[in-house]
Design a protein around this ligand. Structure first.
Ligand code: ZN
Length: 560
């Protein structure tokens, strides 16, 4: 058995917890010696500076677009349907999401500490004079361990052997800074178990599960201060009203990341993931625990939105596409923005707002590759997807209307000529921009003449296509002018296809929070994929850091 001893103040940025502060007043300060007071003031000053920084971060002047106030959501008029279904768990049709995984945090063999979440004196230590309410989720402390009334019973039926124990104890008093001795001199006040997947050993195949017991200690200092080490719990976030972020979890970071990938990459429902874990890993997790792990992972990676948007705005070229998406039964659009290094998803209203906020904001100066939707035409520096145009020309050429078929065939032949010429030029040494336009001058004129001759055709589709080409003429011919530019929007369409299948299986998302979790997780997973980095490892690191309140690791760099 591995025993690790974690020293105090390791996780929390704050040195004084709510538990500490509640015990302190003018009288406790008066009892400290001048040296102790100085040392205490130093810690207080550091905490105050940290607190001020956090206040600034949360305010509207912050440079962070994501977090509590996503810019694209801020001036949206709330659709009444958005809030109607908030009590339901997100994108899952499983009806049995009734309890959270807080039911599951101790395995049954932990009899010695079975009642600890109830109150500190349950394990034979003196209760402090102050109320035993740590700043962690209140229900974690108040709830009696064991099956909760009304909860489905399968959360804690499984007894797994403990593979490691980690002791969490403070080394120094928060008030007088005196040495407290190690954990053996202190009393355990709470404990929980975390099931996780062991790190991969190169050369080995397969998966090994671990079950780590975390024990937290407390002790009363000679100065009278009651010191207690507590699991990290993030402050509530208005953007995630139903998702708590805490170190106190049954599902460890690597297992949570695997569950996310089983859901988002492999498109399994919560129920199927439960079945998979049970059949292949002999691990019993409730659907509620699985759902919570996915949403909490979404909240963990949410701060990366800032980095993704920044990378998107710096890109030279963005492929953009959109498809329908359902959120709580309301029709929405799922957008994808794909650059050389970033894939970014966003769900919003079926209008121009998301495109405007992400790319028409003055910060993006690259080229937009898209289809011919009128919204994209607001952006001048763009490319048209030729696959769409060629499909339209082919459609006309197959028409039973003789005139339309004849013109369509000619247009299709011209586009094919252009396309072949572009491919041929790409094989050759680079030529000055505009060389091919000059070379294809006659064919370009022929296409224009066809468009002008048919702009008032009685055939509706031919008329529309001729007008579309004339209206967007220079943009459509840009790839002839500069053959190095891409011809199609396949890069975006291919990525969106995966989520179109996902939408058919899941029927969309059920709440704004579920949508947010889905889009940010999908963005991070796809970005890892195009950067050639293993998404599982990266998600694990991010979830691990977020659950301890640490700085998140930066997105993986692009592999050559
Ligand atoms: Zn002390």
């Amino acid at each position: 058995m591995i025993v690790t001893y974690i020293r105090g103040w390791y996780y929390n940025n704050m040195q004084l917890t709510a538990h500490d502060l509640k015990q302190m007043n003018k009288a406790t300060l008066a009892r400290l010696s001048p040296e102790q007071l100085l040392s205490f003031s130093e810690r207080m000053l550091e905490d105050l500076q940290e607190a001020m920084d956090r206040l600034n971060q949360n305010s509207n002047n912050s440079s962070r677009p994501p977090g509590s106030m996503p810019p694209w959501a801020s001036d949206d008029t709330q659709n009444p349907a958005d809030t109607a279904d908030q009590d339901h768990a997100d994108d899952d049709k499983d009806p049995v999401i009734k309890h959270s995984d807080d039911d599951d945090y101790l395995s049954p063999e932990d009899t010695s500490l079975d009642n600890v979440p109830e109150a500190p004196d349950a394990i034979g230590i003196q209760a402090p004079e102050v109320s035993p309410t740590p700043p962690i989720k209140p229900e974690l402390v108040k709830r009696v361990a064991g099956k909760q009334e009304g909860a489905k019973g399968y959360g804690r039926t499984q007894a797994l052997a403990i593979t490691a124990t980690v002791y969490h104890a403070r080394t120094h008093c928060a008030s007088c800074n005196a040495c407290l001795g190690d954990y053996e001199a202190q009393a355990a006040w709470t404990a929980f178990c975390t099931i996780d997947i062991a790190e991969h050993i190169p050369g080995n195949a397969g998966i090994t599960l671990t079950n780590t017991k975390h024990i937290f200690f407390e002790t009363k200092c000679d100065c009278g201060h009651h010191n207690r080490e507590e699991p990290y719990a993030a402050m509530p976030d208005v953007a995630w009203p139903k998702t708590n972020l805490s170190e106190w979890r049954l599902v460890g970071p690597r297992l949570a990341a695997m569950i996310v990938l089983l859901s988002k990459r492999h498109r399994n429902s919560r129920k199927l993931i439960r079945e998979f874990l049970l059949h292949f890993l002999r691990l019993e997790l409730s659907v509620g625990t699985i759902d919570q792990s996915i949403r909490e992972s979404g909240r963990s990676v949410a701060p990366l939105e800032e980095e993704l948007i920044r990378d998107l705005e710096e890109a030279a070229l963005a492929y953009v596409d959109e498809t329908s998406w359902k959120e709580a039964g309301v029709l929405r659009w799922l957008w994808v923005f794909r650059t050389l290094t970033v894939v970014f998803f966003m769900v919003g209203k079926r209008d121009r707002s998301i495109f405007c906020k992400l790319l028409l904001n003055g910060r993006f100066n690259g080229i937009v590759m898209s289809d011919g939707w009128v919204v994209y035409r607001e952006y001048a520096n763009r490319l048209r997807c030729w696959a769409h145009l060629i499909r339209k020309a082919r459609g006309l050429s197959e028409s039973y209307h003789t005139k339309a078929a004849d013109v369509g065939l000619q247009m299709l032949a011209l586009f094919t000529t252009f396309q072949n010429a572009i491919y041929a030029v790409r094989e050759q040494p680079e030529q000055p921009i505009g060389t091919l336009t000059k070379k294809l001058e006659n064919d370009i004129e022929a296409l224009k003449a066809l468009c002008i001759a048919n702009r008032d055709s009685t055939h509706k589709k031919l008329r529309a296509f001729a007008r579309e080409l004339l209206l967007d003429w220079d943009t459509i011919l840009r790839q002839i002018h500069d053959p190095s530019l891409p011809l199609t929007n396949n890069e975006a369409e291919r990525i969106l296809r995966h989520w179109v299948i996902d939408r058919r299986l899941s029927n969309g998302t059920r709440t704004a929070e579920g949508t947010r979790s889905f889009t940010i997780l999908a963005s991070v997973i796809e970005t890892c994929r195009i950067r050639g980095a293993p998404a599982w490892d990266y998600l694990t690191q991010v979830i691990l850091a977020a659950r301890k309140g640490l700085q998140l690791p930066a997105l993986p760099i692009m592999q050559a």
